[in-house]
Structure formats: structure tokens, C-alpha cells
Design a protein around this ligand. Structure first.
Ligand code: CO
Length: 208
């Protein structure tokens, strides 16, 4: 994409917005009250707002390689803190996508430098679900399942944060695991039963 084109596009975007609402940017500058925190992959094909049809101000977005929420990652932890404690979002979505390069890289033997410790978080997900994943013979199905299980584990990482725990006490928040199917453009709700899963692990993580 030509960088010059971006500035031309931007001008057109501004005039389109102003055509429908003269005070569009004036209102936008007043502040944000998004009700959703979206955590997704940095993959250029998984466009967050565009695929959700979300408008500016509606979704607080965090993207990184393979939509990870490691509890030692200052960036994602800060995003969750701000979104939950200050913006008071009502829903947190972790959205993975099939054919995720990050997940694929974690399934391959390769030295990827600085990416190694990041991808190790996905390898930990594999280890947690090794029995199920090893039993899947078809490589493509195994790959897709790891994408789904990674979403599930990252949702659990969200649940384990004190911000989420506090908000959940007031029943003010919910977490959702989604997968974007890059082959057809569909967003799939994995409908993960977090209540059942957290019941099993709450003793270990001292969750309430
Ligand atoms: Co990806």
C-alpha cells in the first residue's frame, strides 16, 4: 500500500464523516465510552473494527501476535486495567483466527529469536491440552483446535486478572472467546463455558 494513498484516503474519510454529521469529530473528541474490549491478533487480515462493523468509540482494541494475554506482559495487562477499571467495559472478547501464523510458528521447530519466549506461551497451551491435541491426527484440524484452545486459555488469563475478578464480583463483566474464520470471513463464538472451567481451577488460582 502506497503511504501517500493513506493521506488521500484519510481526507476522503474526513469529508465522508462530515457529510453525514457536521459535528462528528467535535463529538468524537469529547471522550470514549466503549463497552467492549477486543483482544485480537496483529494479523493484517483480521481487521477488528472493520470485520465487526464497529464505529470509532465503540471498541477498545488491543492486538498482538496470536492474541495473547500473558500475565507478565505489561502491555496487555495495562490495557485490561484501563479498559476494566477506568472505561468500565462490560464485555471482553479474545478473538483468535484460523491459520494464525503465530500459532503455526509455535507448532514448528524453529529458533525465532525474540519471538521464542512469546511463542512459548502458546506451547504452554499445547502442553495443557496435549492429550486432546495429540489425539487429532489431521494436522489442519490440530492447528485449528490449538487456535481455539489458545483463545480459551487467553480468556482464562483475562479472568485471572484482579481487575476482572473485582468487576465480576459486581456481575458487571463477561468474557467471550471467538475465532475469525479467515476462509469465509465469519466470526464464530466458541461458546466456552467459563463458569464450568473456572469452577475446576478456582482453588488453584484463588479465584472467587
Ligand atoms: Co494470527
Amino acid at each position: 500500500m502506497d503511504l501517500k494513498q493513506i493521506f488521500t484516503n484519510n481526507q476522503k474519510w474526513i469529508s465522508d464523516k462530515l457529510k453525514t454529521d457536521e459535528s462528528y469529530f467535535e463529538n468524537l473528541s469529547k471522550g470514549q465510552e466503549p463497552e467492549i474490549l477486543y483482544i485480537g491478533c496483529s494479523d493484517s487480515r483480521v481487521t477488528a473494527e472493520d470485520m465487526m462493523g464497529a464505529q470509532p468509540g465503540e471498541v477498545f482494541v488491543h492486538r498482538n501476535i496470536a492474541n495473547m494475554v500473558p500475565n507478565s506482559d505489561l502491555s496487555s495487562m495495562s490495557v485490561i486495567n484501563f479498559a476494566v477499571s477506568h472505561l468500565k467495559v462490560k464485555n471482553i472478547v479474545v478473538c483468535g483466527h484460523y491459520y494464525c501464523g503465530g500459532v503455526k510458528a509455535a507448532m514448528t521447530k524453529a529458533d525465532l529469536g525474540i519471538l521464542n519466549p512469546w511463542l512459548r506461551n502458546i506451547r504452554d497451551v499445547y502442553r495443557l491440552h496435549q492429550e486432546e491435541l495429540d489425539s487429532i491426527e489431521d494436522e489442519d484440524s490440530k492447528y485449528k483446535r490449538l487456535v481455539e484452545l489458545n483463545v480459551q486459555e487467553q480468556c482464562l488469563n483475562v479472568i485471572k486478572t484482579p481487575e476482572y475478578q473485582n468487576a465480576a464480583k459486581e456481575k458487571a463483566i463477561a468474557v467471550h472467546g471467538w475465532v475469525f474464520d479467515i476462509h469465509c470471513g465469519k466470526i464464530i463464538d466458541l461458546e466456552i463455558d467459563f463458569e464450568a472451567i473456572t469452577k475446576e481451577i478456582m482453588g488453584i488460582y484463588k479465584l472467587t
